[in-house]
Structure formats: C-alpha cells, structure tokens
Design a protein around this ligand. Structure first.
Ligand code: CAA
Ligand code: NAI
Length: 247
C-alpha cells in the first residue's frame, strides 16, 4: 500500500490502536504526526518508537475537544511538513453506564470528544487538503455505532453520528479530491477494554465468526489501506473490521 512520503496526522496516537497505526504508517514510508491529550504517554511512545529522534515522527499535544488546541496542532504539522495528506480521527473515550445511571456530564464528555472532536479536527484540516486538491480522512467509528451496545448510550450516539458525518463529508469534499471513510472496529485488545467485564468479552468472542477479538494491527492496517493511493476511488464507506460480528 503506497503511503510513501505522505504526511499523516493521527489523533489518540499515544497508545492502543493509534500507536500501532503510527508504527504501520512509519514502516510504509509516511511522515507521521502523532497527536494525543496525554502528553506524558505521548512523549514515552515517541521515545519508544524513535529513540534516536531520526525518523519522520512528530509528537504533538492535542485535545480534540478544544478547537484552539486543534488549530495549534494543525499549524504545527503544516509548519513542519507543509501539507497534510491523511487525517486519522482515532481519538476516543468511553464512559459506560446503563441509561438510568448515565450522568449528563458523561453523556456530554463522550459526545464532545468522540463526535465534536472529529468535527473539530476535520474542519481544521480540510482547508489544507482542499488547497492541495487531495487528502484522505478516516474516522474511527465502532460496531457499537452500527448495532448499539448495552451500557453505551453516549458512545453509540457518537459513533453512529460519525457515520452520518462521514457520508456527508464524502459528498461535500469529493470535488476537492478528498476521500472520507469510516472504520468500524469490533472489540479490539487495547486498554479501552479494561472496564469491560470478562463475561461480556466471552460473549463477544463466541458470537464472532472468526472466534477472537481484534488486534490493534487489524484496525491499523485498515487505516493504512484507506489512507493509501490504492484506496483513492473509495469514499463514503464504513469498513467493518470485526471478525464478522455484525453479520
Ligand atoms: N452486552 C450484553 N449484556 C451486557 C453488556 C453487554 N455489552 N454489558 C452489561 N451487560 C449485562 C450484564 O451482564 C448484566 O446482566 P445480568 O443482570 O443478567 O447479570 C446487566 O447487563 C447489567 O450489567 P451490570 O450488572 O454490570 O450493571 P452495572 O450498572 O453495574 O454496569 C456497565 C453497567 C457499566 C454498562 C457494565 O455492565 C459494563 O461495563 N458493561 C460493558 C459495556 C461495554 O461493552 N463497553 C464496551 C467498552 S469498549 C468499547 O467501547 C470499544 C468498542 O467500540 C467496542
Ligand atoms: P485507547 O483508550 O487505548 O486510546 C485512546 C487514545 O486517545 C489515548 O491515548 C487517549 O489519551 C487519547 N485521547 C483521549 N481523549 C483525547 C482527546 N480529547 N484528545 C486527544 N486524544 C485523546 O483506545 P483504543 O482502543 O486505541 O481506541 C482507539 C479508537 O478506536 C477510539 O476512537 C475507540 O473508540 C475506537 N474503537 C476501539 C475499540 C476497542 O475495542 N478497543 C472498538 C471500536 C472502536
């Protein structure tokens, strides 16, 4: 998959799926801006992935829910490399609770990071891509946005909302040479699963045709494909990467 010399901005890149995506894009010859709200983890990951400081890798502090922070991050990336070819809107959080116990602030927080954060980053990056007349935007949805999940009112709303934004932006931005797609991962082995009861994960494994949870590489490789030259005629799609769970 050809992403050589592309400038790739990945949010939520300090750990989990985002961190793995950074490794995959770097290995394929891209220049990567890894962005995250957790500065300590961000610097630690940068040190792990590039101990000599010799690779085309930038660590950029970013809170996707804060528009000023987003604008500053985009400025940092364009000041360094002059363009942005791929934006991976990967940052996300959970605040799970049954509907009757869900606090308003937990509803609002998940919407502001998982939904508005994607709006903020995309709106800030699109002028750069429009000027280039090319770009790829990849939004991380979830199987939960497609078929719901017990205890995830806020998260399901955000991840389903992302799918609507993906299709809308594909229609608006195609004329500027920009593709917009979503990836809908199934349950994937990262720290995000730490709060999920083992009983629930067993149920997921049993109901998955491929009989396993996802690995971060499964999702990172989907990002790599959708960000590559080979995917340049694909837009407005939701790519399920879930071992067949949603079938
Ligand atoms: N699927 C099916 N049943 C579920 C369930 C799920 N995902 N989550 C909870 N339940 C069931 C429980 O087994 C329990 O059933 P019983 O009454 O028969 O035992 C019932 O719902 C109530 O659950 P709790 O007793 O745990 O209720 P609680 O109020 O203490 O906690 C909860 C509620 C916080 C939602 C907790 O159950 C929980 O964390 N569930 C997991 C939610 C989940 O799947 N989150 C995914 C996080 S990872 C992610 O979001 C990434 C992604 O995109 C997939
Ligand atoms: P993770 O919790 O391991 O990593 C998320 C990263 O996002 C963290 O480094 C965190 O600091 C960062 N982040 C959180 N809030 C932020 C903010 N406001 N601004 C910038 N960065 C922020 O999660 P994981 O599993 O790697 O998830 C990545 C994406 O994949 C998320 O959007 C998640 O919703 C989605 N997803 C995950 C699944 C899973 O089972 N792990 C399944 C389906 C979707």
């Amino acid at each position: 998959m050809n992403v050589k010399d592309k400038v790739v901005m990945i949010t939520g890149a300090a750990r989990g799926i985002g961190r793995t995506a950074v490794q995959l894009f770097l290995a394929a010859g891209a220049k990567v801006a890894m962005c995250d709200i957790n500065e300590e983890q961000l610097q630690a990951t940068r040190g792990d992935l590039d101990p000599e400081g010799a690779r085309p890798l930038l660590a950029v502090p970013l809170n996707v829910a804060d528009r000023a922070s987003v604008d500053a991050a985009v400025k940092t990336v364009t000041a360094a490399w002059g363009r942005i070819d791929v934006l991976v809107n990967n940052a996300g959080i959970t605040r799970d609770a049954m509907l009757h116990k869900l606090a308003e602030e937990d509803f609002d927080r998940v919407i502001s990071v998982n939904l508005k954060g994607v709006f903020n980053c995309t709106q800030a990056v699109v002028p750069v891509m429009s000027a280039q007349k090319s770009g790829a935007i990849i939004n991380t949805s979830s199987i939960v946005g497609v078929y719901g999940n017990v205890g995830q009112t806020n998260y399901a709303a955000a991840k389903a909302g992302l799918i609507g934004m993906t299709k809308t932006w594909a229609k608006e931005l195609g004329r500027h040479g920009i593709t917009v797609n979503a990836v809908a991962p199934g349950f994937t082995m990262t720290e995000m699963l730490a709060t999920v009861p083992e009983k629930v994960l067993d149920g997921v494994r049993n109901n998955t045709p491929l009989k396993r949870l996802g690995a971060p590489e499964d999702i990172g490789n989907a990002y790599l494909f959708l960000g590559s030259k080979e995917a340049s005629f694909i837009t407005g799609q939701v790519l399920g990467v879930d071992g067949g769970l949603v079938l």
